[in-house]
Design a protein around this ligand. Structure first.
Ligand SMILES: [Zn+2]
Length: 327
């Protein structure tokens, strides 16, 4: 990984850098800097020439880099299975490059694909951004990705609840834990390694994006991650962490639920409620504008008017970001 020094003399990673981490024999994490919008992580479980890949990336160039790193990590292995933790584009757009592999996700995640922004729409929005603040936000965070050539590959196999798979001698357990980040989130547990690939059930370094919720259900999903007794957790975005960080993340979700519920009860609008969220305890996290998505989930839960789709959320998220950067 290339690292640079910023103005304060601190080491920062450059967006797009891909780092391979061996977590246990035959278990690898692929961590994309800097973990923000579109820079997600992937995983590999391999034994006896067989390999299971957890997630592909947002674009074909990113996924080609991932597959080169997979070949470096396990030169003899053939990827026969791809598990998609969910079907947001940053976790599945590259599926087509893993030819001949079966693709597995939860039935719930598979049924959500119609709500996803198609790759062609991302591409169109790059040349036709919305007016004003929303367009500026979109261009800043998504303008640099190359969405060309993506053809969505739907999952070839789905499951509900739990599914156990064998990769050589390694047992892999798929756990459906949504609705949380999305309706059908899947975590991948490797019991013998004490590792869980959490997909976007876990964010590190930035505030989480909430497309579905409920937040308390998501916090319970974090408790289920901890109940595996694993010691190593790979988030969908950001650095690999241990149990304490997963517990802190669950606490964050419960805190946001409490704060947003109080604002809903007080009759505040969504954007007033988001502006009122106390971020004091989360000063180390980037992209604070994502609290808008958490507050919106709580408002929807309570039957209050709130944006639901990514394009509906874009405006309020972008306005929060601009207001926050000026403060
Ligand atoms: Zn993601």
């Amino acid at each position: 990984m290339i690292e640079t020094m910023d103005g304060q003399g601190q080491t920062r990673s450059v967006p797009g850098d891909l780092r391979t981490q061996e977590l246990s024999q035959g278990v690898f994490a692929f961590i994309q800097a800097d973990g923000s919008w579109g820079w997600s992580n992937a995983g590999l479980v391999t034994d006896a020439g067989d390999a299971l890949l957890i997630d592909t990336f947002f674009t074909l160039p990113q996924t080609r880099r991932l597959l080169a790193a997979v070949s470096d990590a396990a030169p003899q292995a053939r990827v026969t299975t791809v598990v998609n933790s969910h079907l947001n584009g940053d976790h599945c757009h590259g599926n087509q490059l893993v030819e001949e592999a079966r693709t597995i996700t939860s039935a719930c995640a598979a049924s959500e694909v119609e709500h996803e922004l198609p790759p062609a729409t991302y591409q169109w929005l790059q040349s036709h951004p919305p007016e004003g603040v929303a367009g500026r936000y979109m261009t800043r965070h998504f303008g640099g990705f190359d969405f060309s050539g993506i053809e969505l590959s739907p999952p070839t196999m789905t499951f509900s609840g739990r599914l156990s798979l064998q990769v050589g001698r390694i047992t892999v357990s798929l756990m459906e834990l949504g609705p949380a980040h999305t309706d059908g989130d899947v975590a991948v547990h490797i019991p013998d390694a004490g590792v869980v690939f959490c997909g976007d059930l876990l964010f590190q370094g930035d505030h989480p994006v909430v497309w579905s919720g409920p937040l308390l259900g998501w916090a319970d999903a974090c408790d289920a991650l901890l109940a595996t007794e694993a010691t190593t957790f790979v988030p969908g975005h950001g650095a690999v962490v241990g149990r304490a960080e997963v517990a802190r993340f669950a606490q964050y979700l419960r805190d946001l639920h409490g704060q947003a519920s109080a604002s809903a009860y007080a009759g505040l609008s969504l954007e007033e409620a988001a502006a009122r969220v106390s971020l004091d305890a989360y000063g180390d996290l980037g992209l604070p504008e994502r609290v808008v998505t958490a507050v919106a989930a709580v408002y929807r839960e309570r039957g209050l008017p709130a944006p639901a789709t990514p394009l509906e959320l874009l405006g309020p998220v972008a306005r929060f970001a601009e207001a926050h950067s000026q403060s």
